[in-house]
Design a protein around this ligand. Sequence first.
Ligand code: ADP
Length: 244
Amino acid sequence: MLEFQSASLSYGATVALDSIDLTIRSGEQVCLIGPSGAGKSSLLGLCNGRVPATSGKVVLNDQNLGELKGKALKEVRSGIAWVPQDLGLIPNLRVSQNVACGLAARKGFWGLMRSLLLMGKAEKERVSGLLKRVGIEEKIFSRVDHLSGGQRQRVAIARALYQEPQMILADEPVSAVDPERAKSLVELLTTIAREEKMTLVMSLHDVDLAQRYFDRVIGMRAGRVVLDGSPDDAGVKELYRLDQ
Ligand code: ADP
C-alpha cells in the first residue's frame, strides 16, 4: 500500500504538491489526470522516492520513503518500474539490451554491463517472452533508433516488466503517438498490470482513455487532488474544461 500523508512538494517558491492525502492499494490501477502543471509528474516522483516530499510523508508498505537512504532506498526502488515521458531508452542499443536494462537498479553498473555483453540463454528467453507479450518479438535484435514510436513504447513496457516490479509508474507514456496507438498501449499496460496484480499509476492527458481503461481516476489541479473516484464522475471532464 502506498500512502501520501499531507505530502507537499515545493520547488523554491513554486508549490507543486499541496498537502496530498491519498491511499493507493497494492494491485490497484490508478490514472492521474489534470492540466499541465497540475502536479502529476511531481506526484509520480514521490511514489518511488525519486523526489523527497518537502513536508508530510509518503509511506510504501509501512516504510517512510523520506527516511530511506542508500541501499534501503535502492532496494525499494528496484521493485518499482519507472516509464518516463521520453521512455528513457538507449537509441543505439538493440531492443534486447534495452529490455535487459530493466535490471539496472538491481545489478548495478558492472552487473548490467556484463549482462548486456554476455546475455545468457535464460535471459534471452525471458526477454523474448516479454517482447512476445508486448507484440514485438520479431524486433528483438533491432536497434531502438530503427523502431517506430509505438514500438519504442512497447520496448519501454517490456523493460519495465523485466524488472518484475510490484508497481509501475508511467508518466504520460503515450503522449507522443497517435490516438489508435495510444489506445492499444494503455490497453496493453492496464491488462498486463491486472493480470500480474501489479500496482499501476499512470498519468494521462486523454480523459477518454482514462475513463475507458481505469476504475479509479485521480484528478489534479494546482497541486491538489480535486477528484478521486470512478471515471464516470462528471467532474472528470470539467477538470479540463474549466481551464480553457
Ligand atoms: P504536470 O505533470 O501535471 O504537468 P508537474 O508536476 O510537472 O505537473 O509540475 C507541477 C508544478 O511544479 C508546475 O508549476 C511546474 O512548473 C513545477 N515544477 C515541476 N518540476 C519543476 C522543477 N524541476 N523545478 C521547478 N519547478 C518545477
